[in-house]
Design a protein around this ligand. Structure first.
Ligand SMILES: C[S@@+](CC[C@H](N)C(=O)[O-])C[C@H]1O[C@@H](n2cnc3c(N)ncnc32)[C@H](O)[C@@H]1O
Length: 258
C-alpha cells in the first residue's frame, strides 16, 4: 500500500476550527458567548473544542487532506467532530509505526470510529495489517458512564460498519476475559480507551509485553482529570517498568516502547 501524502499548503493562510463541544461547563451559553469574544481577540490558527482553546497554531490535522477525508467520513456525533486533534494524534502515530512488525489493537472500540478513522487514513480496505478491536459491545461494562446504543445487536451493527474491511477482528467480551479468544503475538499500535482504570491495567498486563520496540501505546483518557483514577493506577504501573507517560494537551497520554 502507499501511505497518504501531504499536499501543498499555503505559506500564510491558517485554518481556524471551532465546535461547541466541551465537557465540564457550568453555564454553556455564557461560556460560548465568552469564547466567541475570546476567538475575536487572538491571532489566526485557533482550535476550540474538546476542552482545548489554542491559537496561533498550524492546525496540521486540517491541512492533511487524507486525514480530513478520513475524519469527516467517520463522524457519527458532535464528540467525533470535536476530537479531530485526538484523532490526528492516533493517525500520525499509526502512520509512523506502519513499517514495524506487529498488528494494531484497540481496547475499547465502542462504535469503531477510532479504528476506522485510522484505517481510512492508511489505505481503508487496503490497510495491510490486522486490526484487533476488543469491547463488550452489547452491554455497558463501566459503572457510572454510559455509551449510547450499547445493547443486544450492537456488535453486529459495528461489524456491519466494517463490511469489506477483512483485516478487522472485533472481539466481543469483557477485557481481560475476552483475550482468551485471541491476542496478537506482536503489536505495533496499542490504543487503550476504556474509561476505567481496572480494565486498562488489565489490558496493559496482557498486551504491553507484546508491543514491539518502537511501537506506540496511546491512553485516550490519561490526562483528563475526570478519569484521574486511571492516571493514579497507570503511573506506578509504568514507573515499575521504567516508563513515564507523555501527557498531551488533548487529554491523551502516549509512550513509545523501547
Ligand atoms: C470511550 S469508548 C471507546 C471509543 C473508541 N475508542 C473510539 O475511539 O471511538 C469506551 C469503550 O470501552 C469499553 N470498555 C470499557 N471497559 C471494558 C472492559 N472491561 N471490557 C470490554 N470493553 C470495555 C466500553 O464498552 C466502551 O465501548
Amino acid at each position: 500500500m502507499s501511505l497518504p501524502k501531504l499536499g501543498d499548503i499555503s505559506a500564510q493562510q491558517l485554518i481556524n476550527f471551532a465546535t461547541p463541544k466541551y465537557w465540564g461547563i457550568k453555564d454553556p451559553a455564557r461560556f460560548q458567548a465568552l469564547m466567541e469574544e475570546a476567538k475575536s481577540l487572538v491571532t489566526p490558527g485557533h482550535y476550540l473544542g474538546d476542552n482545548l482553546f489554542t491559537w496561533g497554531r498550524n492546525n496540521s490535522m486540517f491541512e492533511d487532506e487524507s486525514f480530513r477525508q478520513a475524519w469527516t467520513a467517520n463522524i457519527l456525533n458532535d464528540a467525533d467532530q470535536a476530537i479531530a486533534w485526538r484523532r490526528y494524534v492516533l493517525a500520525t502515530l499509526a502512520y509512523n509505526v506502519m513499517p514495524l512488525r506487529g498488528d494494531f489493537v484497540e481496547c475499547g472500540v465502542y462504535a469503531g470510529t477510532g479504528i476506522k478513522t485510522v484505517m481510512d487514513y492508511l489505505g481503508g480496505k487496503d490497510f495491510p495489517k490486522t486490526f484487533w478491536g476488543y469491547d463488550t459491545f452489547d452491554y455497558n461494562p463501566v459503572q457510572g458512564h454510559s455509551f449510547a446504543g450499547q445493547a443486544e445487536g450492537f456488535h453486529a451493527q459495528i461489524e456491519a460498519r466494517f463490511a469489506g474491511y477483512s483485516q478487522v477482528r472485533l472481539i466481543k467480551g469483557f477485557i481481560p476475559d475476552s483475550f482468551a479468544q485471541g491476542i496478537p503475538e506482536e503489536i505495533a499500535y496499542l490504543h487503550i480507551d476504556m474509561n476505567n482504570a481496572e480494565g486498562e491495567i488489565a489490558a496493559l498486563e496482557h498486551l504491553f509485553d507484546r508491543v514491539v520496540s518502537g511501537g506506540v501505546i496511546i491512553l485516550d483518557d490519561y490526562e483528563w482529570s475526570v478519569y484521574r483514577s486511571q492516571k493514579l493506577a497507570e503511573d506506578p504501573w509504568f514507573e515499575a517498568r521504567g516508563y513515564r507517560v507523555v501527557p498531551l494537551p488533548t487529554g491523551q497520554g502516549m509512550l513509545a516502547k523501547r
